[in-house]
Design a protein around this ligand. Structure first.
Ligand SMILES: Cc1ncc(COP(=O)(O)O)c(C=O)c1O
Length: 347
């Protein structure tokens, strides 16, 4: 089976497992785990902030960010299909008392004008003030699309002008950095806090980082404990993170090239694929335009030996390349998927 459901399907390589097996460990809650401390040091440097905190998941990172940046009874603004909006089970309301407002984005991107028109800098006796803006880069639902740095900077500056704090959901930030050839430091450094997931394209079995100022990360460590995420001998998994930062970042370009090859091949074979969305390791296929339901299309491709997954967009499936997908897998999927979906090339 060629598993293109998600880059979360990667399994730790033999070399990564060896790094884990030989990791020096200690009590992470006491900040005595040397491997975690080293990963946090590297993470802070990579993300352009004073300090980083190691976490089990990127969802926890986003939720901690909202807890430390937001204020109860105020508003969080996000793009309407952002992970924080649609995949975190209302955590912003549950944990941090934030009302979430989703704005429509173009390829996951919001504009300064949109913010000017919607931000409630002061609030009123009846209207909640906006306290946090969260941005996703690359944007998952919109197909792994990447924000141009200038646009991001302008948006962040606009939000700050309203006294609003800004968080980056950079679950796949390294894909954005590699695809746009902009250092992650420059992207994540624009924000008050940024999360990076280690268990997606970077290939770790688990783990994420949140970064920010010393003062914010001090508060993040308290929230981490409150969320039940303070760990013990976590160096065993943090070692995978260090291995990934050394070995699995530059190679993301291979995943992007494979996604591009899939997208172009599928489009040429008659599958409805918007090539402009293919900027990192995602390819979206509009099976609705072929008259198929998501379920029917998933079953058909699975029977042909390929696993794809759903997106939040009606009728749209996705393929995600990652380090367990080879050129050979891509060649096989290039043939199998259009056939299974009954694609026709229109002259
Ligand atoms: C954009 C984005 N943010 C956050 C997450 C959450 O990551 P985790 O599974 O580590 O909680 C995901 C997971 O797919 C994601 O795509």
């Amino acid at each position: 089976m060629i598993d293109l459901r998600s880059d979360t399907q990667t399994k730790p390589s033999q070399a990564m497992r060896e790094a884990m097996a030989t990791a020096e460990v200690g009590d992470e809650q006491e900040r005595e785990d040397p491997t975690v401390l080293e990963l946090e040091r590297r993470g802070a440097e990579l993300l352009g902030h004073e300090e980083a905190v190691y976490l089990p998941t990127a969802t926890m990172g986003n939720q901690i960010a909202l807890a430390i940046l937001g204020e109860r009874g105020t508003e969080l603004v996000v793009e309407e299909t952002a992970h924080i909006m649609v995949h975190e089970l209302g955590g912003a309301a549950m944990h941090s008392g934030l009302q979430t407002r989703g704005l429509p984005g173009v390829r996951g991107r919001l504009t300064p004008d949109q913010l000017r028109a919607t931000m409630r800098a002061d609030g009123t006796f009846h209207t909640p003030r906006t306290s946090v803006l969260a941005i996703e880069n690359p944007h998952n639902t919109h197909g792994g699309t990447v924000w141009p740095l200038d646009e991001l900077r302008e948006l962040v500056d606009t939000a700050r002008g309203f006294g609003v704090r800004v968080h980056l959901d950079g679950a796949r930030l390294m894909n954005a950095a590699v695809a746009s050839d902009v250092p992650a430091t420059e992207i994540a450094g624009l924000f008050d806090t940024a999360t990076l997931c280690l268990s997606k394209g970077l290939g770790c079995p688990m783990g994420a980082l949140i970064a920010g100022s010393q003062e914010l990360m001090h508060r993040a460590r308290f929230e981490k404990h409150r969320f039940g995420g303070a760990l013990r001998q976590a160096g065993i998994v943090a070692a995978a993170g260090l291995y990934a930062l050394d070995h699995n970042v530059e190679r993301l370009a291979d995943d992007h090239a494979r996604a591009r090859r899939l997208a172009e091949g599928w489009a040429a074979a008659g599958l409805p694929v918007d090539l402009e969305l293919v900027q990192t390791n995602f390819v979206q296929v509009d099976v609705g335009a072929l008259g198929l339901s998501q379920r029917d299309a998933l079953d058909r491709v699975a029977e042909a030996g390929v696993r794809l997954s759903r997106t939040m967009k009606a009728g749209v499936l996705r393929a995600v390349t990652h380090l367990d997908i080879t050129d050979d897998d891509v060649e096989r999927a290039l043939e199998a998927v259009p056939q299974a979906l009954g694609a026709r090339v229109h002259a």
